[in-house]
Design a protein around this ligand. Structure first.
Ligand code: NAD
Length: 436
């Protein structure tokens, strides 16, 4: 079976490489010629652990190729995945411009029966709308070709994307069409044999499932952040509360880490989009709306926390910010809390020195007047406080004596609770964390 994936970003490239790993022949298309050039030279445009080796192996074995020629990729394939971006609009809705442009291009390129699958995260009803747009293109060309549409939302996490794709908790397929369901089941056969659970439903339900999953996970984060804020008032310890509730199997331990709130390319836009399309359908997702508000406030609270830690005034203070990507093991800076936090610090008059193991090239494009450093220690040199914003593993085992000697004042603001208050006090630090 031949497959093409249109859009070779975080999701498209991982999807293409992983299907190739299953033994399928895959073409990844993208309109970004620089990206395709890089991929053809064997370079990977994003940082994702394990992706480079996977891509190289499958290219070498002739199962994975890249092109800017989307029509050609469509014509060569039975299954066509759409994996282009679906960013937020100003009003919180979803900008479907890229998805719709691709759907029309597919419509103009069809040369036989195909299954067209949305992997991009799209509001409920989009797959049906894409069907109409493809049909319009066929009718305009006087073509009677048949095609199916399906929704196959992606649940991978950046930083663990390959494992998530090859060993998913579940695969969700939404289609109103038996033929499409059978072809997609066949494509995913390696996972089927693996006893991965499959949820096969209609396309609107599959689309909603993706939003419901992200909204639920975001809810856990905003929930524990509110509990953390309360802990700070009453002298509680949010890590103990999280453990105390997380050990209850009905609640679960994951996504109960207090911190600066969720960021990245998915949760912020997907929660806003879900609230937006629910309202369009006459329903209010009031919990999701509260989750968004709590999250937006949390970044400002982190700036206040840092301000208090350096004596109540940011003006003229120098801060060493460790970690910029929205989470560890990725270079993705989209909606990263670090951006709002750094800008908030700068607004208060602080000078920022920053270090991130992989996200600095992306961060340089988004932040001004930041001194980007070679490592965590260089960032700490002469700073009034060290602030941990993203919990990269290398920040969990810093040489604390060296840090203390480099800092102008021994202040640590740990927004990810990676250190413990007792040992940090013993090591001579004035230590601030979240919810403790
Ligand atoms: P991305 O921005 O990294 O990649 C999108 C790619 O599509 C870009 O390379 C762009 O050049 C290409 N593109 C845009 N228009 C095109 C066109 N007309 N023809 C060919 N290529 C085109 O985006 P992403 O992070 O991979 O996200 C893609 C979708 O997957 C989004 O809907 C997102 O919400 C969803 N998603 C993302 C993640 C994640 O962790 N990043 C997880 C699950 C779902």
């Amino acid at each position: 079976m031949n497959v093409c994936v249109i859009g070779s970003g975080y999701v498209g490239l991982v999807t293409g490489a992983c299907f190739a790993e299953f033994g399928v022949k895959v073409i990844c298309a993208d309109k970004d010629a620089d990206k395709i050039d890089m991929l053809e030279r064997g370079e990977i445009p994003i940082y994702e652990p394990g992706l480079e080796a996977l891509v190289k192996r499958n290219v070498a074995q002739g199962r994975l190729a890249f092109t800017t020629d989307t029509p050609e990729a469509v014509r060569a394939s039975l299954v066509v995945f759409i994996a282009v971006q679906t960013p937020a609009r100003e009003d919180g809705g979803t900008d479907l411009g890229a998805v719709e442009a691709v759907a029309r291009e597919i419509g103009r390129s069809l040369n036989g029966y195909k299954v067209i699958v949305t992997k991009s995260t799209v509001p409920v009803g989009t797959s049906q709308r894409l069907r109409e747009q493809i049909q319009q293109e066929l009718e305009a060309a006087g073509s009677e070709l048949k095609f199916s549409v399906a929704s196959n939302p992606e649940f991978l996490r950046e930083g663990a994307a390959i494992n998530d794709f090859l060993r998913p908790d579940r695969v969700v397929i939404g289609t109103d069409d038996e033929m499409a369901a059978a072809i997609l089941r066949d494509l995913y056969r390696p996972l089927y044999l693996n006893e991965t659970p499959f949820v096969i439903t209609n396309s609107s339900t599959a689309e909603l499932t993706k939003y419901a999953a992200n909204a639920f996970l975001a809810t856990k984060i905003s929930f524990i952040n509110e509990v953390a804020n309360l802990c700070e008032r009453i002298g509680g310890d949010v890590k103990a509360v999280a453990r105390g509730i997380g050990l209850d199997g009905r609640i679960g331990k994951k996504f109960l880490h207090a911190g600066p709130g969720f960021g990245g390319s998915c949760f912020p836009k997907d929660t806003r989009s879900a609230a937006h399309f629910a309202r369009e359908h006459g329903e209010e997702l009031s919990i999701v709306e509260a989750v968004i508000r709590v999250n937006e406030r949390q970044r400002g609270r982190m700036v206040d926390k840092i301000r208090r830690a350096v004596g109540g005034d940011l003006s003229g203070r120098t801060l060493a910010v460790l970690g910029l990507s929205f989470k560890p093991e990725t270079d993705d800076m989209r909606d990263a809390p670090a951006v709002d936090i750094i800008q908030g610090l700068q607004k208060g008059g602080a000078v920022v020195r920053a270090f991130d193991p992989v996200a600095m090239p992306a961060a340089r494009r988004m932040l001004r007047d930041v001194a980007f450093c070679e490592d965590a220690y260089e960032a700490c040199l002469g700073a009034d406080a060290m602030v941990i914003v993203t919990e990269w593993n290398q920040f969990r085992m810093l040489e604390l004596e060296r840090v203390r000697a480099l800092l102008a004042r021994p202040v640590v603001v740990d927004l990810r609770n990676v250190y413990e208050p007792g040992p940090m006090a013993k090591a001579g630090f004035e230590y601030h964390s979240v919810g403790r």
